[in-house]
Write a protein that binds this ligand. Structure first.
Ligand SMILES: [Mn+2]
Length: 347
């Protein structure tokens, strides 16, 4: 079904009762579906990302549709599903439980000695597994209809279900992960599906992911470092320190980007943790780290992926915080629009 755009003025002010970016599409006639996942159960530091999809939706009405590079991309249609209130409620309950559990282990107590805390941890882990299944089924349903899917977190763990659904569609694909953190911990604080373990779990469970390129990492632990070194180049990490050093020595970003992209297979998934950006752009993200990218630096890489002939098969945008002045969600909405355009201009 093709949408009738004859009454829609892309230069006008957004109509609030329209959907994301003020666009007039429906789930049926849009070719890209954004699935919001209001979940941050395992987040250990600052909270708020579970509520960012609603805020990004609101902020998206202010994003100008004109993009000189992808002028007609949005006309293929973007639709964002409504935030599932039951999932949000479950998030709130389990996040409280997880807080209790984390306070318990952080005070030096041993979980083996406390039956109640063992039960709490089990409930959190099971809740996260159910969430993964829920996301997977929602994403697969859209993929089977021939739709492109983008996921809007929530914390970074929410991407698991979409990557699982894509791994049933593509036998070989790469992930380009933008992040301040590696997210390669094997179970973090006893939590099997922590945001800090998302890429470990993905690599462990989906052999279809033949390459993981990590970009902008600047906060990681020794076990993650060892894991990368032992991955036989299945994981290639571009630490921020190395990127900056190469630039200080005169190498161009274009050169570094081409080198990075040349290692990716034909099909590429983008996992965009907003904390990969400079924290001035995402001050309320869960775990901000000094340093990071400008938005345009990353858009440059993404455009190069397309011009190299590779295809972008899906994306997630995670860890956007919620702020009083709307700044984080304003940036989030603009990143989201870029990601949508990349998916839609692709044939
Ligand atoms: Mn992350």
């Amino acid at each position: 079904m093709i949408a009738d755009l004859s009454r829609f003025d892309p230069n006008g002010v957004s109509v609030a009762n329209n959907n994301v970016f003020g666009l007039p599409f429906t789930e049926e006639n849009a070719s890209l579906i954004i699935i919001p996942v209001p979940w941050e159960v395992t987040v250990s530091f600052k909270s708020g990302t579970a509520r960012s999809p609603e805020h990004i939706l609101e902020a998206s009405l202010q994003v100008d549709l004109f993009d000189s590079q992808f002028q007609n991309a949005w006309k293929k249609g973007v639709f964002m599903q409504a935030v599932d209130k039951k999932i949000l409620l479950k998030n709130d309950i389990l996040r409280k439980e997880n807080e209790l559990y984390l306070n318990f282990i952080n005070s030096g107590e041993k979980i083996e000695t406390n039956k109640f805390m063992r039960k709490t941890l089990k409930e959190v882990n099971e809740g996260c597994m159910q969430l993964n299944l829920w996301v997977y089924e929602k994403c697969l349903e859209q993929i089977k209809k021939g739709k492109k899917v983008g996921l809007l977190g929530g914390d970074h763990s929410t991407a698991y279900g979409l990557i699982k659904a894509l791994s049933e569609t593509y036998s070989n694909f790469g992930i380009l992960q933008v992040d301040a953190h590696c997210d390669l911990r094997k179970s973090y604080e006893g939590l099997d599906h922590s945001h800090g373990s998302i890429m470990f779990n993905v690599l462990n469970d989906f052999p279809q992911v033949s390459k993981l390129i990590q970009l902008g990492i600047r906060d990681y632990c020794e076990s993650e470092w060892n894991y990368i070194c032992q991955s036989d180049f299945r994981i290639v990490t571009y630490f921020e320190k190395e990127i900056k050093e190469r630039q200080f020595e005169g190498q161009t970003w274009s050169h570094i980007s081409d080198e990075m992209i040349s290692q990716l297979p034909e099909h590429v998934y983008i996992s965009y943790d907003i904390d990969g950006l400079d924290p001035k752009l995402c001050p309320h993200t869960g775990t901000p780290v000094p340093g990071g990218f400008e938005m345009e630096q990353l858009s440059f890489v993404f455009r190069k992926i397309l011009s190299s002939g590779r295809k972008i098969i899906g994306f997630d945008l995670c860890e956007t915080g919620v702020s009083k002045d709307g700044w984080d969600e304003n940036v989030g909405a603009r990143v989201l629009f870029k990601l949508c355009n990349l998916m839609l201009c692709d044939k």
